[in-house]
Design a protein around this ligand. Structure first.
Ligand code: 5GP
Length: 204
């Protein structure tokens, strides 16, 4: 079957899909939320996940926390635009919600990993991708430690994975912009400007 047949109808709608990825600890959530605040008609896509909720997470705002059974049911029912396994936990983007928001002309922000971004780009080639890079590898390790979210073993795992993810992102062809997060406010400004420029270029 030709590639075209798999494309979702949203390709021709007014909204724009923005994918933001980056290794954990790089500050991508701050950037994602900053872009959401900077662009009036933007909406953040709340993923379903089987990972445990941390005290910093708010149900329905950061994630929909679901059981493994519920996740598998959603997957079987075709409710995900993409889904991926990250650190042994499952994450998925709600398809119907994303399509609905794009139809309303919104900027829909997905904060997802590289595997997920590749799946989305196949279905929606017009998605705009931003990959957030750390200022340096040392700085990434410092940031992972300062979150005090995981033990050292998991931090080392995330650090090793981060380096692999950066290489995979560069090879994927999914990302329009690689953004170094030296300073959060500056990075938010740069990401928002890139999106605004792209929408203007598309005439959205
Ligand atoms: P965390 O558990 O730290 O919030 O997220 C772990 C990783 O999973 C991050 O790289 C995040 O971007 C990614 N992620 C979150 N939601 C989704 C999703 O719906 N799909 C995919 N593919 N990755 C996701």
């Amino acid at each position: 079957m030709p590639e075209e047949a798999h494309r979702l109808p949203t390709d021709t709608d007014d909204g724009m899909l923005l994918i933001i990825s980056g290794p954990s600890g790089v500050g991508k959530t701050t950037i994602t939320r900053g872009v959401e605040r900077s662009i009036a008609d933007s909406v953040f896509s709340v993923s379903a996940t089987t990972r445990a909720k941390t005290p910093a997470d708010v149900e329905g705002v950061d994630y929909h926390f679901v059981s493994d059974e519920e996740f598998e049911r959603m997957k079987a029912a075709g409710e995900f635009l993409e889904h991926a396994g990250v650190y042994g936990k499952k994450y998925g983007t709600p398809k119907a919600w994303v399509i609905e928001q794009l139809k309303r002309g919104r900027l829909v922000i997905l904060e997802i990993d590289v595997q997920g971004a590749i799946q989305v780009k196949k279905q929606m080639p017009e998605a705009f991708g931003i990959f957030v890079l750390p200022p340096s590898e040392d700085e990434l390790l410092n940031r992972l430690r300062s979150r005090k979210r995981e033990d050292e073993q998991l931090i080392q795992k995330r650090y090793a994975n981060a380096k692999r993810e950066i290489d995979a992102a560069k090879d994927s062809g999914v990302y329009n912009l690689f953004l170094t997060n030296e300073d959060a406010a500056a990075a938010i400004g740069e990401a928002a400007s890139a999106v605004i420029r792209e929408r203007a270029r598309r005439g959205a």
